[in-house]
Design a protein around this ligand. Structure first.
Ligand code: 13P
Ligand code: SF4
Length: 319
């Protein structure tokens, strides 16, 4: 406890000295989220993190999350210094969509509007017409569908399938997935629902279709957090990374939050309900980054020029 307090104090001091802010995703360690709050920084979903990083008046933004979040901040704020606790924190969706294969896929379907999930590299974004996050994917695809556009979607097949089902849009899907959310299991979730009849089921749309079907609410991390605070249920079964329980419990101390069941257990299940890359963000790494930065995010200028267009399209649409 004392050690955490000391680390917090040291980091806050250095953030002030460097006119820097800490921006954290809901899946990071509760200690990191608590520090983001305490230091006057920000916690949010991936869309809100991007917007905040762009708008905040600071020289340096420390992004506690995964690589695509740091890159998005750099693309939107090329004049700010963007640091990350580690550049090793990636995402299975980003890894599963290499630019050369993606480019070939797009080239083979020139009649389709290219819509990519934010969980992708800067190069993939630079090849896209639109970037979306889970909080605006449905609305943006619905908007494109109404204009009669056919869509090429990448990389998350589950979110893509969900959006396709909801909007009826003509979508050609890449077959990527999130190693955390694809572990949630419908059978176990049904059994759990029977055990907790008063509980509402909250599901992130990167989960398999069979799990999404059981949900009372499907949404981005912020949308699920909002539902947990506003719905009257005393309990919630939550199919997303357990890092979000920190904020859910803080907003609703009288309610209880239960992890949705996953396929594996113990050592076999490195990614069950907790993203191994989000877990790489810790207080010690944040401190080291402020003392001797070695994880600054750089994005090639030509990629920034191209990727900022579909990113701004999303931010303008969402505002
Ligand atoms: P959100 O956009 O809901 O924050 O999701 C990002 C993410 O990586 C979920 O796994
Ligand atoms: Fe990527 Fe899944 Fe981790 Fe989110 S939880 S960063 S989608 S691997």
């Amino acid at each position: 406890q004392q050690e955490v307090q000391q680390l917090n104090d040291e980091i806050i001091e250095r953030l002030k000295e460097q006119n820097a802010v800490l921006v954290a995703h809901y899946y990071t360690d509760p200690l990191v989220q608590a520090l983001a709050e305490k230091s006057g920084g920000f916690i949010g979903d991936s869309l809100e993190m991007a917007r905040y990083g762009r708008d905040v008046e600071a020289d340096t933004v420390i992004v506690a999350g995964v690589k695509f979040m740091g890159e998005t901040s750099k693309i939107l704020s090329p004049n700010k210094r963007i640091l990350m606790p580690t550049l090793e924190a990636t995402c299975s969706l980003d890894l599963g969509c290499p630019i050369d294969e993606f480019e070939a896929f797009c080239d083979a379907h020139p009649d389709r509007t290219v819509v990519v999930y934010a969980n992708t590299s800067a190069a993939v974004k630079a090849r896209a017409d639109w970037v979306v996050t889970s909080s605006v994917a449905l609305d943006i695809v619905d908007h494109l569908d109404r204009q009669g556009e056919k869509i090429l979607w990448a990389p998350d097949q589950h979110l893509g399938g969900y959006v396709q089902k909801q909007t009826g849009a003509d979508m050609l899907l890449w077959n990527g997935s999130c190693i955390v959310h694809e572990e949630f299991k419908a059978k176990g979730l049904m059994d759990m629902k029977a055990m907790y009849p008063d509980a509402a089921v909250l599901v992130h749309p990167e989960s398999p279709d069979s799990v999404i079907e059981i949900a009372d609410v499907v949404g981005s991390t912020t949308q699920l957090l909002e539902a947990s605070a506003t719905m009257p249920n005393p309990q919630f079964i939550v199919a997303t990374d357990r890092g979000i329980f920190y904020k859910m419990q803080q907003r609703s101390p009288q309610k209880s939050f239960i992890e949705a069941p996953t396929g594996g257990s113990g050592a076999q299940c490195r990614s069950c309900a907790h993203c191994p890359w989000m877990a790489m963000n810790d207080l010690e790494r944040i401190k080291q980054e402020l003392i001797a930065p070695k994880n600054e995010v750089f994005v090639d200028d030509t990629l920034i020029e191209k990727a900022v267009i579909p990113l701004n399209r999303m931010l303008d649409f969402a505002s």
